[in-house]
Ligand binder design. Sequence first.
Ligand code: HPA
Length: 258
Amino acid sequence: MVHRPAVGVILGSGLGAFADALESRLEIPYCDIPHWPKSTAVGHAGKLVFGELSGVPTVVMSGRSHLYEGYTPQQIVIGVRAMASLGIQALVVTNAAGGINLEYARGALVLISDHINLQGTNPLIGPNDDSLGPRFPDMTEAYSARFRGIAQQVAAGLGFSLPAGVYAALSGPNYETPAEIRYLRAIGADLVGMSTVAEVIAANHMSVPVLAISCVTNMAAGVTSEKINHEEVLETGRQVHGRFVELLKGVVPKLVGA
Ligand code: HPA
């Protein structure tokens, strides 16, 4: 049994099956862990999976919680803080996102190079726990450039390229209006979603370097004439799942000890 994970992974909508790639698995349903928020979103499994990937002890959150479910930002980052307390040296965050950048297409995998927090809240609001990290954490390199380089190398070996872009986070749960997407493009966003930033802020607070990968499950509102629905988001996740799993299997073991 693996007690000390070196890498933590958070899986987004429709990406839960990566956890099955781990060897020597130990699975703990969130409902068995005190204080852990249950994930209520469709497509999120709701369990913590410990195991090994190419011999590297890894812990996977299969399913996460979101602001739109009614959880506080502090509840949303319980998982990150638990994994950081267990000693992870790298956090990999995945999500489903809408594509704002016109160079992306549905099904593209995109590295997050930076984010814009438009969720109107922050998990670090309130008294600072100095044992976790500083009151005013630096976010200059919230997403590790070195990790992005590793991911791009692995992707090249698998035969595809991994562009990088800026992720804008809104609270949801509605998808954006076309006017909101034009605004997000104007302020420099390439991707839009409803998760990730709280987790990345909590990881940076605890000095855990982050790799984040978005799956462009749909082009954002107004980019095409099509409407957006959650079933399409899940379906695209299923279509790219194989490529996503191969990428993660290649990348995760390379994030430690290098
Ligand atoms: N907007 C916000 N979140 C999303 C989207 C989107 O278009 N697609 C998947 N998650």
